[in-house]
Design a binder for this molecule. Structure first.
Ligand SMILES: [Zn+2]
Length: 434
């Protein structure tokens, strides 16, 4: 291992994006067996997030993929279903991070017919109180993780606040408006836009001090073209939405979302919370509308201009439009770019991206790691792929004389954790739980 790779191995990542289940839910899941809502704790767990998409796109029947995460088949039978397609995807980032996880956690070179059972056994046995800290700190060398928990409606009251900092999800509050769900969850009657503003205010007052950021992934459902719609214009539309959401035209629904989304950005700014936004590539398979996705970076410019005091963290480098994101990070003081998830979407593109970003935009604007997974076991594998890519990018920058050998250590610290320390207030968020 060369000096650069060694430094990167030893430097901890701040993990800026995960969807990790609460640890206790995982522990309970093992005890509940097939009554739990989680994938079975065996090798199927390693294929349940992202890699299942590559397998299906390569030709695996979706029904077979489902059986891989269920309880009926033995690990060996599951492997027999996966193996012919794993061979087709073993060189992709999604294939690679599963293999790296198997190397890191279970000390095996690869998945095979003769270790499907033993890997599954080790995986299940490891699910004990305290295992998140071991997997994240000891195996992934992650300082702490930032989690957008998908089980809580707006904010997860985590049991591990120092290890799993939590995002406030602004989706049900604004762009994926869920009046019914949230008025029930927060026991508040909502009869007007003013009431809804109060509900949003209440969420920020209650969760804001303990949150690490806000998160919104509505780019899966709509464009980032959030027009500035006044409360006066939005109020009658919101009132009609309360009577029957289906009576609003798509343009009227959009106007309500637009108003509320800007309102949430203002709240995030008030509470000094970075605004994390999904941009670019879609998880899953067979559904991505690339025409609309392509407009994400252009649409984001209006948001950046409308909220000069907000700090935006654009996720997934807007892949495959990452050039636009370099331009945004270079041009707008309030824009950061986040490589979460991206190392496994296209590792080689990420190597190019780091090199181009570092030589084009201020180096403090780049965040280089987030696993973006539900099963914690996949974080060490993802971090290994990211470390390999980062080592290649930095090595090439030095070899090509863009970065001096004496500048390497500072650069690596910035990219892996220093920039996140500057952007996210870990101290404030964690001390508020005490
Ligand atoms: Zn995510």
């Amino acid at each position: 291992m060369n000096e650069i790779a060694r430094l990167i191995e030893e430097t901890p990542f701040v993990d800026t994006h995960e969807h990790l289940w609460e640890e206790s839910m995982r522990v309970r899941g093992v005890a509940q067996g097939k009554d739990s809502k989680l994938p079975a704790p065996d090798l199927g767990m390693l294929f349940c997030h992202y890699t299942n998409s590559d397998l299906i796109v390569s030709g695996m029947p979706p029904k077979d993929m489902e059986r891989v995460t269920e309880y009926e088949l033995s690990p060996r039978e599951k492997w027999a279903l996966v193996a012919p397609f794993y061979e087709r995807i073993r060189h992709t980032g999604y294939g690679r991070f599963v293999r790296e996880t198997v190397r890191k956690l279970f000390d095996e070179d690869d998945l095979r017919d003769d270790n499907a059972e033993s890997i599954s056994e080790k995986l299940r046995k490891a699910v004990q109180p305290g295992f998140y800290r071991i997997v994240l700190r000891d195996f992934a060398n992650v300082e702490y993780a930032q989690v957008n928990n998908l089980q809580a409606p707006v904010f997860m009251q985590t049991e591990l606040p120092d290890l799993l900092c939590q995002d406030i999800s602004t989706v049900p509050l604004s762009s994926g408006l869920d009046v019914k769900g949230l008025s029930k969850a927060f026991n508040k009657e909502v009869g007007s836009l003013k009431d809804w503003h109060e509900l949003i205010d209440g969420c920020f007052a209650r969760f804001g001090p303990r949150a690490i950021a806000t998160k919104n992934q509505s780019a899966y459902a709509r464009g980032l073209d959030y027009d500035e719609v006044s409360a006066e214009d939005a109020a009658p539309l919101f009132a009609r939405h309360l009577q029957n959401p289906r009576r609003l035209t798509p343009a009227e629904t959009k106007a309500v979302q637009d108003h509320l989304f800007h309102y949430c950005i203002d709240k995030a700014t008030e509470y000094k919370l970075p605004v994390k936004l999904h941009t670019g590539y879609f998880a899953g398979h067979g559904g991505m509308p690339l025409h609309r996705v392509r407009a994400n970076a252009g649409d984001a410019c209006a948001l950046l201009r409308a909220h000069p005091d907000a700090r935006f963290d654009f996720f997934h480098i807007d892949y495959p439009y990452q050039d636009e994101m370099i331009a945004i990070a270079k041009h707008y003081p309030n824009a950061w770019v986040d490589m979460c998830w991206t190392w496994i979407i296209n590792p080689a593109a990420c190597v190019r991206f780091v090199k181009e970003f570092v030589t084009a935009a201020p180096v403090n604007k780049l965040l280089t790691f987030g696993g973006d997974v539900l099963p914690v076991e996949l974080v060490p594998g993802h971090a290994a792929v990211a470390r390999q890519g980062l080592a290649q990018a930095v090595s090439e920058l030095v070899a090509e004389n863009w970065v001096g050998a004496g500048e390497v250590e500072t650069l690596i610290r910035r990219l892996m954790c220093g920039n996140a320390h500057e952007l996210f207030d870990y101290e404030r968020a964690t001390s508020a739980w005490k």
